[in-house]
Design a protein around this ligand. Structure first.
Ligand SMILES: [Fe+2]
Ligand SMILES: [Fe+2]
Length: 142
């Protein structure tokens, strides 16, 4: 963040984004009980739960703006064991999800599974990116 004008603009963008996520969550919540069909619930939940996640992360970023975030050695240990435990799981999840998508011919489960597969690919990429950022985080450790 370079200037206070930028900072203000950035905060406004985060706020606007959070409002959009809340809109999705509210719409989903008001519709989800209208059907007892588990597939209808799953179709709505695919977005609703992502919106919950987006809102949660956006709020964490917003909170982080109020202080200088540094990473302690204990923080680094937590990140390290998270990466270590998770990096293989995400790769296995992709392989498993690919098989499941290919085995399904029913259009709705196939659609949902293919979105979950994309999520797994994104989780796998995220773990590599997080691993790459460890050097940056280590610069700020105590
Ligand atoms: Fe979103
Ligand atoms: Fe995953």
């Amino acid at each position: 963040m370079t200037s206070s004008a930028n900072r203000q603009k950035f905060e406004e963008l985060l706020k606007r984004w959070i409002v959009m996520e809340e809109g999705t969550i509210n719409t989903a919540n008001s519709l989800i009980n209208g059907s007892k069909n588990p597939m209808v619930k799953a179709m709505i939940d695919l977005l609703r739960l992502d919106s919950e996640k987006h809102k949660h992360i956006l709020e964490a970023i917003r909170l982080s703006l109020d202080s200088t975030v540094t990473f302690s050695t204990d923080d680094m240990k937590v990140v390290d064991s998270f990466i270590e435990k998770h990096i293989e799981i995400e790769k296995n999840a992709i392989a498993t999800a690919e098989q499941a998508v290919n085995m399904t011919t029913l259009p709705i489960p196939k659609l949902l599974l293919s979105h979950l597969l994309e999520d797994e690919k994104s989780h796998d990429a995220y773990m590599s990116e997080l691993n790459g950022l460890k050097v940056y985080m280590a610069k700020d450790t105590d």
